[in-house]
Every structure is written in C-alpha cells, then in structure tokens.
Design a protein around this ligand. Structure first.
Ligand SMILES: [Zn+2]
Length: 257
C-alpha cells in the first residue's frame, strides 16, 4: 500500500489490488475517508495512517456501490457511511451483493479476513449536493454510466477531484451492468470543467493525475466510447485484461443498439 500527501488536508492511499484508491480529506477537526483499499493489512493500517497524519476521523463516503470501494467499513465498523442516493438505491436493490462478491474474491485469492463485510446503516446524500466538513463543503456531482449509481467529490480548497471509476490511467472505461455509454459520456462531460480546474484528480484505480493528464485521459475516453463498437483501445491501456473489458463494452453497446 502506498500513501501520498496531495495537500495538507488530502492524503491518498493506494491498494496493491487494482491500484484501488482511498482518499482521506480533512477540514478543521473533521476528516472523511472516501472509498477504500482492498487487502486486510491495508485496511488494518488505515486508522494508524490517519492518526499519524493528525487527522481526526469523522466518517466514510463511497463513490459508488462496487464492492471494492466499500471496504473502509471493515476498518471503521461503527462509522457513518454517506453515499449518493443512487448508490443507496442500488445497494437496497441488491442486498448482500457486496458481501458475496468480496467473499468470492477472497476465496479465489485465499485472502483471510477477521470478519465478513456488513455495511450497516447508510446515509443517502442528495447529488448534486454537498457534504459539510469542518467549516467547508465537499461538492458532490453525479457520476453514473460505469454503473447505474455514483458520485464524484470535488474538494474546492485543495482543487482535488475524487471521481470514482472514471479517468483511470490503468483501466479503460468499463460499462458494467446498470451502466451505459450515454450516461458514461454525460458524466465525462460533467467532470470536464472540474478536471480543468483541478490540481489533482484521484481516479478509482491508478495513480493520482494532474489536471492536464486527466484532461488527456478524458479526451481519450470520450473518443474510445464514441467509437464503440468500432475503434481501438487507448494506446497505454491495451493489456489482455483491458481487451477483456473492451469485449464486454462491445457486447453492452450492441445490446442497446
Ligand atoms: Zn472500481
């Protein structure tokens, strides 16, 4: 696990699995953890990372309902968890899905955890909207299309965008069940002005980007999606794993047309 400070109030922790990112943001005496690392040792270390940085933990946020972004609950069992209304609806419509998918991942990779994932109480946040933290606000923007749900978080005082599973330097756009090309493109258009204003962009998977690099990935991703089912993969994202995602995207787009 890697931890990088982007700003005096923003830390990003990156998991060894899928380079999944977890962003820690502070304002005054409050601190939120957005998304999560994946492996048990990484989750165990998370409270100590916050403590070492002098951040006083207040609560959890998750960008969307995919299980690999929901695991901070294991590190902070009693904490409030804020999600977009769309994410709360998706979690309610597929009860236990995240727990089952985590168990399947752990079985496949022989990962042992002290306890199963139980998401417990959640707070559904109106999106677009904002989330108060200390004397400031984190802006919440709708981010669907990868899945049916989701939000991106804009941290104005750090000019940092935490966008969930968009703008990844390691993963092509993934149109999962519930997602769509049209919604994905609409989200990228919505994120574009934030990317232009951003000093840092934290994708759900992969290293933190500066605004210019994120804008370049955004242009590549728009071109890739608009060309589907034709076209080729972005040049830096053409591994066998990315080609498998591409094949599922092609099937998804052809099912719609
Ligand atoms: Zn993800």
């Amino acid at each position: 696990m890697r931890a990088v400070g982007l700003h005096r109030d923003v830390l990003v922790v990156t998991s060894r699995i899928w380079q999944t990112t977890c962003t820690v943001v502070r304002e005054g005496v409050e601190c939120f953890v957005i998304d999560s690392p994946v492996l048990p040792d990484e989750l165990e270390m998370l409270p100590a990372v916050l403590e070492h940085a002098g951040f006083h933990f207040s609560g959890l946020l998750a960008t969307h309902a995919d299980w690999d972004h929901l695991l901070a609950r294991l590190a902070f069992p009693g904490a409030p968890l804020g999600v977009a209304e769309t994410t709360a609806a998706r979690l309610a419509s597929e009860p236990g899905a995240a727990t089952r998918e985590l168990r399947a991942f752990d079985d496949e990779h022989y990962v042992v955890r002290a306890s199963p994932l139980s998401l417990g109480q959640m707070q559904a946040l109106p999106v677009p909207g904002h989330c108060e933290i200390g004397d400031a606000e984190i802006e919440l923007h709708p981010a669907d299309g990868h899945t049916a749900d989701g939000m991106a978080a804009w941290i104005p005082w750090a000019a940092t965008l935490v966008c969930g599973d968009y703008l990844s330097p390691v993963e092509i756009p993934m149109i999962s069940e519930g997602g769509s090309r049209a919604a994905y493109l609409a989200t990228l258009r919505r994120l574009a002005p934030l990317v232009d204003a951003a000093e840092h962009v934290v994708p759900g998977h992969g290293e933190v980007l500066d605004g210019a690099r994120a804008a370049a990935i955004l242009r590549e991703d728009v071109a890739y999606l608009e060309a589907l089912p034709e076209g080729d993969l972005p040049i830096a994202r053409r591994s066998a794993a990315q080609r498998a995602i591409h094949a599922r995207n092609v099937a998804s787009v052809q099912a719609v047309s």
